[in-house]
Design a protein around this ligand. Structure first.
Ligand code: RM4
Ligand code: MN
Ligand code: MN
Length: 414
């Protein structure tokens, strides 16, 4: 059966069930997923980084690869930068922005790096040494200035800060130092800029982490002000945590800023989003879509401003193909969330119909949305099968011969 016929059957079936298929399609065409510049370079685990032939070595190469992901998917038009990994030798960020623009993409969130310098052994903004705190603060303020040049709206803050042993440092002292400095960062945000506070329950600190969970990030965001919001990285929770419930809470409080999408089985695994638990990804999108379609403020407006970003570290699966697949998995989860019959679900919930409500949700989850997504891509001018199109494009062969294989040791490579 050809693609058009499959789509017609899909549209007919779900229209009969009450789904506004044209609306679903229009929403899908507006979806945006930001990819991370560092996902195109070699990165791995602390044990070994397996170099991928053709992996990007420079920011321009990362932007070229991100542009390719956008060309294949049609919905990944921006790239997050990590500073200093993406700092040009001449400091000319205007040129970086123009280069991105020429490739058909834009620059997104700015991620300061306050965890790889020797000085940060005991932390950055929470370090017991005032000189190190100042050094970290200066770097983040430099990132605020970079945001203006890159036309970035978002400053994404993640801190490796914490302690490894009980008694190593004062827990309250660390909290106070961090708070004092976060206030200074907030005060220096460029006009219209948003500051995201990311949490992570452990690693690299193993006894205590200064921003261990969403509650602490939420407390800072509340204390700092309206431009501060929480960044949720899907790999930064303990096993079994109900992530979609955190999403719902933060949306309702107007404090969910954005996501770092990835998937995990055990810890901060940084695997392809949707690869381990696609149902969880659907349930997250279900909360976001439900809020965006509701009349509840600030949940509605907050959901509509959420920044969807990928934060993954591909060690053995290549770079560009797994990034394309990650974007596609987000697209599929969103499509299914858009298929949830909101009014019927609300009725079932109000009537205490436990299983009926559950079935309504799962009926959407189980829908085969592939014909719909092929149609959406076609209308966006992207290939119907992005992974197949990428493999057939010759791009991988081109970058392998142009860039070669870089020798690696461990961790993230600049
Ligand atoms: C952290 C966190 C940050 C990311 C670094 C590289 O675990 O997820 O967002 O920038 O890794
Ligand atoms: Mn992250
Ligand atoms: Mn992480």
């Amino acid at each position: 059966m050809n693609h058009n016929a499959t789509y017609e059957i899909f549209a007919e079936q779900f229209t009969r069930e009450g789904v506004d298929v044209e609306f679903v399609k229009a929403q899908l065409k507006r979806q945006q997923i930001e990819t991370p510049s560092w996902g195109y370079a070699n990165s791995g685990t602390r044990f070994k980084t397996f170099p991928h032939p053709g992996a990007a070595r420079t920011t321009r190469e990362k932007l070229d690869d991100a542009a390719m992901v956008h060309k294949m998917t049609g919905i990944a038009s921006s790239v997050a930068l990590h500073i200093p990994w993406d700092k040009p030798a001449d400091g000319d960020f205007d040129a970086v922005r123009q280069y991105a623009q020429a490739q058909g993409i834009t620059l997104g969130a700015i991620n300061p790096n306050v965890f790889q310098d020797e000085a940060y052994r005991l932390g950055s903004l929470g370090n017991p040494d005032a000189a190190v705190r100042e050094m970290a603060l200066d770097h983040i303020l430099e990132c605020c200035a970079i945001m203006t040049k890159t036309h970035s709206e978002i400053l994404s803050l993640w801190f490796a800060d914490g302690t490894n042993y009980a008694g190593q440092d004062s827990l309250r002292g660390r909290k106070r130092r961090l708070e004092e400095n976060l206030r200074l960062v907030y005060a220096n945000l460029p006009a219209g800029g948003r500051m995201f506070v990311e949490y992570k329950f452990f690693e690299p600190a193993f006894y205590s982490t200064d921003i261990p969970d969403w509650g602490v990030a939420y407390a800072w965001a509340m204390k700092l002000g309206a431009q501060a919001q929480v960044l949720m990285d899907l790999g930064h929770h303990a096993q079994g945590v109900n992530i979609e419930q955190i999403v719902a809470f933060l949306l309702d409080e107007g404090k969910l800023g954005g996501f770092h999408f990835n998937n995990r089985k055990y810890a901060d695994d940084d695997l392809i989003v949707g690869s381990v638990n696609p149902y969880e990804l659907f349930l997250i999108y279900n909360e976001l879509t439900g809020a965006a379609q509701s009349d509840d403020e600030p949940a509605r407006a907050t959901a509509q401003r959420v920044a969807y970003m990928i934060d993954q570290s591909h060690n053995i699966e290549g770079k560009i193909a797994p990034m394309i697949l990650s974007v596609l998995n987000c697209q599929e989860a969103y499509a299914k969330a858009l298929m949830v019959p909101r009014a019927q679900l609300a009725d079932a919930q109000a009537n205490g119909d436990v299983l009926g409500a559950h079935e309504l949700l799962n009926h959407a989850y189980k829908a085969d949305v592939r014909p719909l997504l092929m149609r959406v891509r076609q209308e966006l001018g992207a290939p119907r099968d992005p992974l197949a199109a990428y493999r057939a494009s010759g791009y991988e062969e081109k970058i392998v011969s142009a860039r070669g294989v870089a020798a690696q040791t461990g961790g993230y490579q600049n």
